[in-house]
Design a protein around this ligand. Structure first.
Ligand SMILES: NC(=O)C1=CN([C@@H]2O[C@H](COP(=O)(O)OP(=O)(O)OC[C@H]3O[C@@H](n4cnc5c(N)ncnc54)[C@H](O)[C@@H]3O)[C@@H](O)[C@H]2O)[C@@H](O)CC1
Ligand SMILES: Nc1ncnc2c1ncn2[C@@H]1O[C@H](COP(=O)(O)OP(=O)(O)O)[C@@H](O)[C@H]1O
Ligand SMILES: [K+]
Length: 518
């Protein structure tokens, strides 16, 4: 990394939205660092990040907006020029109309200024998007939208074009990841102090490119004063909580997970989940099945044990076994009265449980069971199941996951490309790095099994859910093609092993080591 850039291990820090980022800046100012100083540091860091590339023949095009994101742009242009780089600056509003720190930053630029038109992005190989940052509060107006579309068109026509978004790609809502009309498709984003939710949430996540977060001189302790509750899902959150086996380890110290098996016509989902639970570290895993499906389970499972229960009473007796540390119900279970009865027995038993798939559909129609939910129950709905469970909850994905956790009292895993984990006490985490290869049948069953297997050990619901989601994605990312659900338990377990051996793709984000991108 070029001198003067202090990268932040952003996965270790909370995610701050627009309002909290503004509060942090004001706190820093109260501590004696002016907004202009912060802007100067921010702009200098982006300029130095850009100079890791070869100096282009054509001028770097810096697009400046009307607020402080634009202010960063004027500093970037000034710094690049001072380093001997050719630069063009184009402004969305007449520079005389700029105010405050942005006006002061503009005053540092002594070169010519163009007015932004749809033609502006032509012939640039490096473009700096300093149009809008966390202050975006409505859809881009036509003038801004046309230059954004022009940048995206140029990048589409000339794939080697580098587009550096300052703080966040213009048009992406920093809080929600929504696209306000249209948005810059960046190859790189350089943000400040912390990552923002919009860097991890789709659709904005697709516009972000490579993300660096840089230190601009704000003391990390000031972040804690904001009592942030939203995090990037990374091993920094839960890695140290996962129990490791040592010489004195015994299988019973790693929990006993019980998986409720589906009937003979649908055994695959619970078998996938059981294998995942065992691979990820549960000491013992058993599948409970009716006698009619026993031959299937017994002939396909080896290290996973089978237990027979043919009546509600027999299931109840099994559940009374205090050595069972967590129960999973749902994968392949069937939306039936029998599933409802077993679910009720599980929820009446104080202790850990994971509810997935058919158990969620049953729960959606069984209001009397809702009152039995608690923080040690993990619900893993995809969007469809979520809507059935919580039809009146509206808002962004984060808001909905958080409201559902608060309202139900359970820990929620809202699955999708950007899976969100939310707890009833208000903590949440976004997984922003899952590969789309997970969009294949049975991966949800494996996820439920992974969470169950981790939860079986001495780990909280939040940690188990976050670790399961992360290891699921990391395991999938090991496969370049042809991923099927059967591959995932082993890959997720390998990913878990790598946490301690070598920095993984994601852990690299957390280390101060950084390879410049081409
Ligand atoms: N002390 C600070 O506040 C710091 C701020 N920094 C930069 O400042 C940015 C935030 O600055 P601001 O709060 O001024 O916000 P922005 O610069 O992101 O944008 C706000 C301006 O754009 C206008 N606007 C919002 N949406 C619009 C739309 N759709 N169409 C047209 N105009 C629109 C607003 O009326 C306002 O004038 C950060 O993202 C970061 O880049 C950095 O310099 C670090 C320090
Ligand atoms: N486009 C995507 N990108 C990343 N992860 C995805 C994507 N689509 C689905 N997933 C993940 O794959 C899993 C699918 O689970 P689910 O919808 O329950 O499917 P199934 O019932 O077939 O197992 C979830 O963990 C989800 O987060
Ligand atoms: K921007």
């Amino acid at each position: 990394m070029a001198p003067g850039i202090r990268l932040v291990a952003w996965a270790k820090r909370p995610l701050l939205g627009a309002r909290q980022s503004g509060l942090l800046d004001r706190q820093a100012e109260a501590e004696g660092i002016s907004g202009l100083e912060l802007m100067a540091s921010a702009g200098a860091a982006v300029a130095r990040r850009i100079t890791l590339h070869d100096k282009p023949a054509e001028p770097v095009l810096v697009l400046c907006g009307p607020g402080n994101n634009g202010g960063d742009g004027w500093i970037i242009a000034t710094e690049l020029a001072a380093l001997g780089w050719p630069v063009r600056v184009a402004s969305l509003i007449p520079p005389a109309n700029l105010k405050g720190d942005a006006a002061a930053a503009r005053a540092r630029w002594t070169g010519p200024v163009e007015a932004i038109t749809p033609e502006t992005p032509k012939n640039a190989s490096i473009i700096v998007d300093a149009l809008f940052g966390v202050g975006l509060n409505r859809a881009l107006d036509p003038a801004a939208a046309s230059v954004v579309d022009g940048v995206n068109q140029l990048r589409a026509n000339r794939p080697k074009t580098l587009v550096y978004a300052v703080d966040i790609p213009s048009g992406v809502d920093a809080d929600t990841g929504d696209i306000r009309g249209t948005a810059i498709k960046a190859t790189h984003t350089v943000s400040f102090v912390t990552a923002k939710p919009g860097h991890l949430l789709y659709p904005g996540r697709s516009n972000r490119g490579h993300l660096d977060v840089v230190d601009i001189g704000i003391d990390a302790q000031l972040i804690d004063r904001l009592t942030p509750r939203l995090f990037a899902n990374s091993p920094a959150l839960w890695g140290s909580s996962l129990p490791e086996r040592g010489p004195d380890s015994h299988k019973y110290k790693f929990g006993h997970a019980l998986i409720v098996g589906g009937p003979a016509k649908s055994t695959g989902a619970s078998r996938l989940a059981a294998i995942a639970a065992l691979r990820i570290g549960a000491g013992l895993v058993s599948v409970v099945t009716a006698s009619s499906a026993l031959p299937i389970y017994a002939s396909t499972l080896t290290s996973v044990m089978t237990k027979i229960a043919d009546s509600k009473e027999e299931i109840e007796e099994l559940l009374n076994d205090e050595r069972i540390t967590v129960i999973l119900i749902g994968p392949g279970a069937g939306i039936t009265k029998a599933t409802e009865d077993t679910l009720e027995l599980i929820l009446r038993r104080p202790g850990k449980a994971v509810l997935d798939a058919d158990a969620l559909s049953v729960l959606a129609n069984a209001s009397h069971l809702r009152a039995l939910l608690h923080a040690n129950v993990v619900l893993t709905p995809h969007e469809g199941e979520f809507k059935r469970l919580f039809p009146s909850i509206r808002g962004t994905r984060i808001e909905r996951a958080e409201s559902a956790a608060r309202e139900s009292g359970a820990t929620i895993v809202l699955k999708g490309a950007d899976t969100i984990v939310a707890t009833p006490d208000g903590r949440s985490a976004i997984m922003g790095e899952a590969p789309p290869s997970l969009a294949t049948a049975g991966t949800g069953d494996v996820l439920a099994g992974l969470i169950t297997g981790i939860f079986a050990q001495n780990v909280t619901a939040f940690e188990a859910a976050c670790a399961g989601v992360w290891l699921h994605a990391e395991g999938a990312a090991m496969h370049t093609s042809g991923l099927i659900a059967e591959d995932l338990p082993r890959s997720a377990a390998l990913a878990r092993g790598r946490l301690h051996v070598s920095p993984s793709r994601h852990a690299a984000v957390m280390l101060p080591i950084h390879q410049p991108c081409a």
